[in-house]
Design a protein around this ligand. Structure first.
Ligand code: C5P
Length: 400
C-alpha cells in the first residue's frame, strides 16, 4: 500500500482534451486505496462522460451546483468537507484563472471556496496559454495560497504545438498525490500489536473466550506496515488473513500471548495492546473431556496476567498504547485504565457498537488530552490513530 490508502480524494475535472486521462487517474487512485468522488465542469462533460467516471469511482458524479437530486445525496457544502485532498486534473487555463479570482460560478469553483482540504492542480493547456503572463501570475497567486501545482510536462500537444503545458501522466499525478500525504509516517519504527481474543482451555475440546474479531488490530497492522513500520502481530485465534509485510505470531491463551509479547517488546519502539485478553482462565485444565453428570458444575477461575501493564512496567518500556472496549461510561473507564495501566495513549470505544463491526468511533485519551475519532471504517480510523500515535510518540521523545 501507499499513503493514499483510505484517503478521500475529490477529483475535479475541467474542460480540456486531457480529461480523457482522468478516467485512468481515477482508476489508479482507487487502486492505491483512495476513495474517489468526481466533480466535473460542464465543459469537461464535452470531453468524457460522467457515466465513465461514475462507473470507475463507484460514486455519483457531480456536474451542476443547482442539482436537487445530487444535493439530496451529498450537498455541495458536505462535499466540500468530505475530502482529504481536492485534485483538479486537468486544470484548464480558464479554471486556474477562476480559482485565482476566487469565483464561485459552478459546482467545482464553489467547492474550492468552501473547502478546507489541501488543493492540487495538474495544469493542461496549449504551450502559449501556459507561457502567458496572465496564467503565470494566476499560478503565482495559487502557489502563494498553498495550492500545489503538479507539472505540467513538456512535449507534443493535441493542437500540434510542442512545449510546456501537457498534463502529467496519471501515474505521475497519483505518485505526487501520495507524496502529499507524507509516505512513511512510521518509517523505521518497530511496532508490536496484540490482536483478537484469547482462548482459555477447560479441557481438550472446550474453552472460555470472547467475541473479539481482531478486525481493529488487523486494520492497525495493515496501516502501520503501509506507513513503513516493521510490524509484529501477536494474534489470538481469528478468521482474518495476515496483512502484507506483517510478521504474525499465532497464540491461543493469555499466557502464550504474554510470553510472545515480552519477547517482542524487548525489541520494539511501540506496543499496541488491542487484544481482548481473557481476564480469567480455568485453574485446572482437565486432561480428558469432562463428562456431563451433575445438574450444576463449578469452574474455578484464576486471574490472567495483565499483558499491557506488564509491558508498561518494563525498565526499558516501549511507547505503550491500550484499548478499552466498554459498555457504559466509556470515557471515564478509559481514563481510569490509561492511568492505572500507565499507558501513553488509549483508545476507548463502545463495545456494543464495535464488536465484529467494520466501523468504529473512539475517543483517544492521553495524559494531557483527548480527541474524538470516527465514526468511520476501522481502516480509516486506524490511519487517524496512527497519526495521533506518531504525534504523541514524538512529543514524548522530545521531552525525554
Ligand atoms: O480488558 P481491559 O479493558 O482491561 O483491556 C484494556 C487494555 O488492556 C487493552 O489494551 C488490552 O489489550 C489490555 N489487556 C492486557 N491483558 C489483560 C487484559 C487487558 O494486555 N489481561
Amino acid at each position: 500500500m501507499n499513503s493514499l490508502s483510505t484517503r478521500r480524494v475529490l477529483l475535479g475535472i475541467t474542460g480540456g482534451i486531457a480529461a480523457y486521462k482522468s478516467a485512468e487517474l481515477t482508476r489508479l487512485l482507487i487502486k492505491a486505496g483512495a476513495e474517489v468522488r468526481v466533480v466535473m465542469t460542464q465543459a469537461a462533460t464535452q470531453f468524457i462522460t460522467p457515466l465513465t467516471l461514475q462507473a470507475l469511482s463507484g460514486n455519483r458524479v457531480h456536474t451542476a451546483l443547482l442539482d436537487a437530486e445530487a444535493e439530496a445525496g451529498m450537498g455541495h457544502i458536505e462535499l466540500a468537507r468530505w475530502p482529504d485532498l481536492i485534485l483538479i486534473a486537468p486544470a484548464s487555463a480558464n479554471f486556474i484563472a477562476k480559482l485565482a479570482d476566487g469565483k464561485a460560478d459552478d459546482i467545482l469553483s464553489t467547492l474550492l471556496l468552501a473547502t478546507k482540504a489541501p488543493i492540487a492542480v495538474a495544469p493542461a493547456m496549449n504551450q502559449a496559454m501556459w507561457a502567458n503572463v496572465a496564467t503565470q501570475e494566476n499560478l503565482g497567486v495559487l502557489a502563494a495560497r498553498g495550492v500545489k501545482v503538479l507539472g505540467p510536462a513538456s512535449g507534443e500537444q493535441a493542437c500540434g504545438d510542442v512545449g510546456l503545458g501537457r498534463m502529467l501522466e496519471p501515474p505521475e499525478i497519483a505518485t505526487l498525490c501520495a507524496a502529499m500525504f507524507g509516505a512513511g509516517l512510521l518509517a523505521g519504527l518497530r511496532v508490536t500489536i496484540t490482536a483478537g481474543p484469547t482462548q482459555e482451555a477447560i479441557d481438550p475440546v472446550r474453552y472460555i473466550s470472547n467475541r473479539s474479531s481482531g478486525k481493529m488490530a488487523y486494520a492497525l497492522a495493515t496501516e502501520a506496515a503501509a506507513a513503513g513500520a516493521q510490524v509484529t502481530l501477536i494474534s489470538g485465534p481469528v478468521a482474518l488473513a495476515t496483512p502484507e509485510r506483517v510478521k504474525r505470531i499465532d497464540v491461543i491463551s493469555a499466557q502464550q500471548m504474554l510470553a510472545a509479547s515480552l519477547e517482542a517488546a524487548a525489541q520494539c519502539d511501540i506496543f499496541i495492546g488491542v487484544a481482548a485478553v481473557a481476564d480469567y482462565r480455568p485453574e485446572q485444565i482437565a486432561t480428558q473431556k469432562i463428562k456431563k453428570g451433575a445438574a450444576t458444575m463449578t469452574l474455578e477461575l484464576v486471574k490472567n496476567p495483565d499483558i499491557i501493564s506488564t509491558i508498561a512496567a518494563l525498565d526499558r518500556r516501549p511507547f505503550t498504547v491500550g484499548f478499552a472496549a466498554e459498555t457504559i461510561d466509556v470515557e471515564r473507564h478509559g481514563a481510569e485504565k490509561l492511568q492505572r495501566k500507565s499507558l501513553d495513549l488509549l483508545f476507548a470505544n463502545d463495545a456494543n457498537a464495535t464488536l465484529g463491526s467494520d466501523n468504529i468511533s473512539a475517543t483517544a485519551l492521553w495524559p494531557q488530552g483527548s480527541m474524538a475519532l470516527g465514526p468511520a471504517s476501522k481502516r480509516r480510523v486506524a490511519v487517524q490513530m496512527l497519526e495521533l500515535l506518531r504525534q504523541q510518540y514524538d512529543l514524548k521523545h522530545s521531552q525525554a
